[in-house]
Ligand binder design. Structure first.
Ligand code: C5P
Length: 291
């Protein structure tokens, strides 16, 4: 028996860093929105070990890969001596700030739990996911969420009325930004490093009305400070998107993906066309309805 699963991505509608912690991580509050653009994964039982293959030549398939680590950690926690065979078809960009790798890991946990007859509780899966990466627990649930701590404390939210019927345009410029680099360089921007708590709740409340325009000024990402400093083109992207019909334009996570929110899918597609004529058809771009 083999299981096929889609592994989606996310955008951070808000990412407010509250300061550096003693353990080196950063305390934050973030509003995360699932996005229905996906990698594809296949899982099957094998006699022993974790055998991972991947369509992307740059991704390691050993224990450096989050999927491999998730599978190893699952098998150990569930006391399973059999192995697994996993294939990852990578459609999403790497180092993009849209959580592709974290989602792959989370999908591995849920798929293996299904494949082996649910030996682990949802709480245990959450614990294993959090040990693997700050964004991984969010992807165990297919819902918008407010995440706090280093990102691993997840409070699930209903779909936002302000985003109903809207569509995303996502653009990855062809270069990635390393998450550790982003956080390290945030130290040069004290205002962005020490954000004021409460912005996430403010955005969530605004998104719970039907008025996206009223919420537009509250979308925020602290990690734009170091990213714009090194890659000014990312700021130009946003200006262009806002001038050409985007209701919101923001960088997701630690970048480099920028996302725009448009009135509907047709508007998002026409925004994508205008963007290509202005900046060229480089990198990775996609449009999708808000799910
Ligand atoms: O948890 P994750 O593996 O995604 O984190 C990658 C890196 O990003 C961490 O090693 C750390 O440098 C930085 N980070 C952070 N604060 C967070 C999340 C990530 O400093 N809340």
């Amino acid at each position: 028996m083999s299981l096929e699963k889609k592994s989606p991505c996310k955008v951070n509608l808000l990412l407010n860093i509250l300061g550096r912690r003693a353990d080196g991580f950063h305390e934050l509050e973030t509003v995360m929105q699932p996005v229905n653009l996906c990698d594809e994964m296949t899982f099957a039982r094998a006699s022993s070990g974790v055998q991972l293959t991947c369509s992307h030549p740059e991704l390691p398939t050993d224990s450096k890969n989050l999927v491999h680590r998730a599978a190893t950690s699952f098998l150990a926690a569930a006391n399973i001596s059999d192995g697994v065979k996993i294939h990852l078809q990578k459609n999403l960009p790497l180092a993009g700030g849209i959580g592709g790798g974290s989602a792959n890991a989370a999908v591995t946990f849920t798929a293996l739990n299904e494949l082996f007859g649910s030996p682990l509780t949802p709480e245990k899966l959450h614990e294993l996911a959090a040990a693997l990466g700050s964004d991984v627990p969010f992807f165990l649930y297919d819902q918008p969420a407010l995440a706090t701590g280093r990102g691993e404390k997840v409070q699930l939210l209903e779909n936002f009325p302000a985003l109903r019927g809207k569509a995303f345009f996502l653009v990855h410029p062809g270069f990635g930004i390393s998450t550790p680099w982003s956080y390290q360089n945030l130290a040069r921007f004290p205002e962005a490093l020490n954000g004021k708590f409460g912005r996430a709740k403010e955005l969530v409340e605004k998104l719970q009305t039907k008025n996206l325009a009223g919420a537009a000024g509250t979308f925020y990402n602290s990690l734009e400070a170091p990213a714009f400093d090194k890659f000014p083109v990312l700021e130009l992207y946003q200006e262009f998107l806002r001038e050409n019909g985007a209701e919101v334009a923001l960088m997701s996570g630690s970048g480099s993906t920028t996302f725009a929110i448009a009135k509907n899918l047709t508007t998002a597609e026409s925004l994508a066309e205008k963007f290509k004529s202005q900046f060229g058809n480089n990198g990775w771009m996609a449009t999708v309805e808000v799910s």
